[in-house]
Design a protein around this ligand. Structure first.
Ligand SMILES: *[C@@H]1O[C@H](CO)[C@@H](O)[C@H](O)[C@H]1NC(C)=O
Ligand SMILES: *[C@@H]1O[C@H](CO)[C@@H](O)[C@H](O)[C@H]1NC(C)=O
Ligand SMILES: *[C@@H]1O[C@H](CO)[C@@H](O)[C@H](O)[C@H]1NC(C)=O
Ligand SMILES: *[C@@H]1O[C@H](CO)[C@@H](O)[C@H](O)[C@H]1NC(C)=O
Ligand SMILES: *[C@@H]1O[C@H](CO)[C@@H](O)[C@H](O)[C@H]1NC(C)=O
Ligand SMILES: *[C@@H]1O[C@H](CO)[C@@H](O)[C@H](O)[C@H]1NC(C)=O
Ligand SMILES: *[C@@H]1O[C@H](CO)[C@@H](O)[C@H](O)[C@H]1NC(C)=O
Length: 494
């Protein structure tokens, strides 16, 4: 989740829609973004070890709003992903809308090792302190916190159902929370949750293929032109140092490419720009974080088709993301794109290092390109490439099958009450659950939808598909709440 203070969805780029004021489209009500209180919750450092330093605690940041809450109402719990929770608070507008409807308490919990939730203070992100950064520990943090909240807010903890919400990696976490702690959460809304991809259960050639497909869908000439641009660079690179220098000048790089490794890194930096434009292909402009125009795929494709040569074409798309401030005299590759175990790259933000560690251990994001099924230069990102980086950077070796073993692989049917929503324009979607698993584990498709679109605040330009999906989500969540409440009343009386 690229940056200027950009947390990524996958790694680095998440853009935060301005949601100070939002209007629901289906009705005429105007909901103001509710105020929240920032709290710090004492968490065990290590939930799974009584003997070691696990006895210690750290402070986890939690944002709580009771603006809409009525006693006995549900708790809506956002399972924080890789980045400061305050950013997620701004981005996830729909949850507040729903909270008003259901008179819910709103809680946004920060993921350990991100934002202010640093177990070892300023020494947190260092090789010797990374061991307590796991999906299991983060979920246990959420579980302990939920237990505390239900006791504190509901006189009888049995009468306030908790619904987990999450987008992207946060959606993976809300899914896993429901799988692992069904005693604590009555259901989960998991938007753009690449659960299967993260567990290494999808082919590694889909992400960039779907980025290409987004551009092809708008205009088939676009991917052709992008290929021409890369082919021109390859031709120049074949001429040695002189050629690399020419590419650097024409791509307006601040420092000249020195060797093949630099070239590969630049290709990935370019690829990342196309990826972000595709995943953020929303019908409205976003401006909190990088500014992107409405429908950035269309917009960049239109610019690209007007360019005079192949390299200039690529420059247009790259500029839309990395030069969104319109004031760069040159591109600093190393600032925008840090190579890591996530093939979409990491940023210079502190959280990006924690994300690198997570993709070096449990989270698998092995996505390659081949210039056949996608428009990018061949670049195989293999388990070996990943492991070599991880050993060198963190002294760890990834355990590829672990997440699938631990979180049910592709066999989710014994669980219930999970909504997997995905936009068909989102290149991450094929990493997720796209088919209905059972009557209560449903896959909802948002036609014309981008990454975590349904969780964003409703906007006047929203397509009907996202409005309908949000209505379905509200309906299902309402069902989960009344089922949980009835069941608990029944067992309480019996
Ligand atoms: C919940 O956590 C807060 C803050 O750490 C603590 O003060 C409070 O006693 C806890 N409440 C319960 C019921 O555990
Ligand atoms: C952008 O392209 C999509 C299809 O990919 C289309 O639905 C939409 O109307 C286009 N928008 C603009 C402003 O051209
Ligand atoms: C960034 O955008 C500005 C305004 O369009 C332009 O003058 C400048 O050359 C661009 N910088 C780069 C590196 O492309
Ligand atoms: C470009 O503008 C941004 C935001 O307006 C500012 O933070 C940044 O320092 C500027 N960069 C340069 C190179 O002038
Ligand atoms: C991509 O494949 C085309 C042939 O389909 C070839 O002309 C081009 O040079 C290749 N580009 C790269 C970067 O390898
Ligand atoms: C899953 O079921 C819901 C109804 O419960 C339906 O609206 C949706 O289209 C189904 N999803 C798929 C991918 O078939
Ligand atoms: C929709 O998005 C645009 C661009 O971010 C914003 O200016 C507008 O206020 C948003 N809200 C509505 C209700 O359209």
């Amino acid at each position: 989740m690229a940056t200027v203070d950009v947390v990524t969805v996958r790694r680095s780029v998440v853009y935060f829609a301005v949601t100070l004021l939002f209007v629901t489209v289906s009705c005429v009500s105007v909901t103001r973004d509710p105020p929240y209180e920032t709290r710090y919750f004492h968490q065990y450092l290590d939930h799974f070890n009584f003997a070691s330093r696990g006895a210690g605690t750290f402070k986890e940041r939690v944002l709580v709003s009771d603006a809409f809450w009525r006693s006995g109402g549900p708790i809506f719990f956002y399972t924080g992903n890789e980045g400061p929770i305050t950013r997620l608070w701004n981005e996830i507008g729909f949850m507040k809308d729903l909270a008003e409807q259901f008179e819910a308490l709103i809680v946004f919990a920060e993921h350990r090792y991100y934002g202010e939730s640093l177990p070892f203070g300023e020494n947190t992100i260092s090789q010797e302190n990374m061991g307590l950064l796991t999906v299991e520990q983060a979920l246990a943090d959420y579980a302990v916190l939920i237990t505390n909240l239900t006791v504190s807010y509901c006189q009888d903890p049995d009468v306030c159902p908790v619904i987990a919400f999450g987008g992207s990696y946060g959606g993976v976490l809300s899914t896993f929370l429901r799988l692992k702690y069904p005693n604590l959460v009555a259901g989960a809304l998991a938007s753009s949750a690449n659960v299967y991809m993260s567990a290494g259960l999808t082919p590694g050639n889909q992400l960039f293929q779907d980025v290409t497909e987004d551009f092809r869908r708008y205009n088939p000439r676009c991917p052709d032109r992008v290929r021409e641009g890369f082919a021109e660079m390859e031709r120049l690179a074949g001429q040695g140092e002189q050629g690399l220098h020419e590419i650097s000048t024409r791509m307006k790089l601040c420092s000249s490419l020195q060797d093949h490794a630099d070239l590969v890194n630049m290709y990935r930096w370019v690829r990342e720009a196309f990826t972000v434009l595709a995943m953020e292909d929303l019908p409205y402009a976003i401006s909190n974080g990088p500014f992107l125009p409405a429908y950035p795929v269309n917009a960049s494709c239109n610019l690209l088709l007007k360019a005079t040569d192949g390299i200039e074409e690529i420059l247009q798309a790259v500029g839309m993301l990395y030069n969104f401030t319109s004031n760069l005299s040159c591109f600093d590759l190393h600032e925008d794109f840090v190579p890591c175990a996530d093939p979409t790259g990491c940023s210079l933000m502190p959280g990006a290092k924690a994300w690198d560690y997570q993709t070096c251990t449990e989270i698998s994001l092995l996505e390659s390109t081949d210039n056949v099924t996608d428009m990018f230069p061949p670049d195989a990102f293999t388990e070996e490439t990943r492991a070599a980086h991880c050993r060198e950077r963190w002294g760890v070796t990834p355990r590829p099958g672990w997440l699938a073993t631990q979180f049910w692989g592709k066999d989710l049917k014994a669980s219930s009450n999970i909504i997997f929503s995905n936009g068909d324009l989102d290149p991450w979607r094929r990493g997720g659950v796209l088919q209905n698993v059972s009557s209560s584990i449903v896959a909802l498709e948002i036609q014309g939808g981008a990454h975590i679109m349904d969780l964003r605040a409703p906007n006047a330009t929203d397509p009907l598909s996202v409005i309908r999906v949000r209505q379905q989500e509200a309906h299902l969540i309402g069902q989960w709440i009344s089922e949980a409440t009835n069941q608990k009343e029944a067992s309480g009386n019996g």
